[in-house]
Design a protein around this ligand. Structure first.
Ligand code: ADP
Length: 335
């Protein structure tokens, strides 16, 4: 049975890009893959400058949002990365196997570092820690969005290199599990929806807040007047319909757009209704957790216990294969 691991940064609120590209898939996979592990990766969120109080609040908010989105702590382990220190230990081991050039070639590193005057080494090492996150649990399937495919290639290279060097088929080569909505664009229609770009719709936003964001959102740029025929295939609003609306509504929106039967506002209004239908139960569950916050702490504590047990077994074996186990009196002259 495949083991599932995936992580999400507590760098801001959970948005519909994370939800559709990853988290919605997590909720389905926890039923088909008992023992899945889902991690709030706080060590990944400190590669830039940050405020510790804000990080604390965001870890809490992310854990609560994941539970509200449907992660069930009786089916999957939900935990915070820094509660399991072995992530950083295995990450160091993997840095010794990773060519610098492979890290410098990573698109996310190039994008993020190009805007910086002084580049923290942690930003470069980010995918190494990510490989450790996954391989610590010897996970072979990683539900993520399209933006993470390159990082997963690196994790596979690392697993192969470690296995070749230490003569074991110990680490599996983890593969991405993509959803049909593998890349959600931001409301600007220009780049992927991302916490760091401020072009998101949060999973907990109210009906009015969703509308305030949808109203000015980018549609087909060639559709200037309501009477112009639209091209749903290039319209971000139509892509969101495909993610949130029922198949009949999607087909209807497609036809209405092409024949200019609907204006973009009509189309957005119907989308808002579909979104509200899917997101309202999530917001209600979040409110229930606000009333009973101990449930969030209990889920994280139990998830961390499960994760630590697997992680310490992996590290015991890895240290053994690498000659890093307990020091013993030598029985030969190798030393
Ligand atoms: P962000 O880019 O907003 O900081 P993370 O890097 O924490 O998000 O990613 C968490 C998960 O959400 C990953 O699996 C990632 O692939 C997925 N994801 C993030 N943004 C999108 C998007 N715009 N479309 C689809 N999936 C996404």
């Amino acid at each position: 049975m495949a083991r599932i691991f995936s992580g999400i940064q507590p760098s801001g609120e959970l948005h519909i890009g994370n939800y559709l590209g990853a988290v919605k898939n997590w909720v389905q996979l926890q039923d088909t893959h008992p023992g899945a592990l889902f991690c709030v990766v706080d060590y990944h969120a400190i590669t830039g400058s940050y405020d510790p109080a804000v990080l604390r609040a965001r870890r809490w908010g992310m854990a609560k949002s994941l539970l509200a989105a449907g992660i069930d702590p009786t089916k999957a382990a939900l935990f915070v990365q820094s509660d399991v220190p072995a992530h950083t230990e295995l990450s160091w081991i993997f840095t010794t196997l990773t060519p610098l050039g492979d890290l410098e070639r990573q698109t996310q590193f190039k994008d993020k570092s190009s805007k910086m005057e002084s580049i923290p080494a942690g930003l470069l090492m980010y995918p190494v820690l990510q490989s450790a996150d996954i391989l610590l649990y010897r996970a072979d399937s990683v539900p993520v969005g399209e933006d993470q495919i390159q990082h997963l290639e690196l994790a596979r290279d690392t697993a192969r290199k470690w296995n070749a060097k230490f003569g074991q088929e110990y680490f599996p080569e983890p593969k991405p599990l993509l959803t049909p909505t593998r890349r959600i664009m931001g409301l600007d229609g220009q780049s992927k929806m991302s916490k760091s770009l401020g072009n998101t719709i949060g999973l907990m936003e109210t009906d009015d807040e969703i509308w305030a964001k949808l109203r000015p959102a980018m549609t087909d740029p060639q559709r200037v007047r309501k009477t112009d025929a639209g091209r749903p295939e290039v319209c971000n609003i139509f892509q969101l319909h495909k993610a949130f609306s029922r198949a009949e509504t999607v087909a209807h929106a497609d036809a209405q757009c092409r024949t200019a039967g609907w204006g973009c506002m009509d189309c957005k209004k119907v989308l808002q209704e579909s979104m509200v239908q899917e997101l309202t139960p999530i917001r209600r569950r979040a409110e229930a957790l606000d009333a009973e916050p101990q449930r969030v702490l209990d889920a994280l504590a139990s998830g961390a216990n499960t994760a630590r047990a697997i992680a310490s077994e992996t590290m015991r074996e890895v240290r053994g294969y690498m000659g890093l186990d307990a020091v013993t009196i030598p029985t030969d002259t190798l030393a």
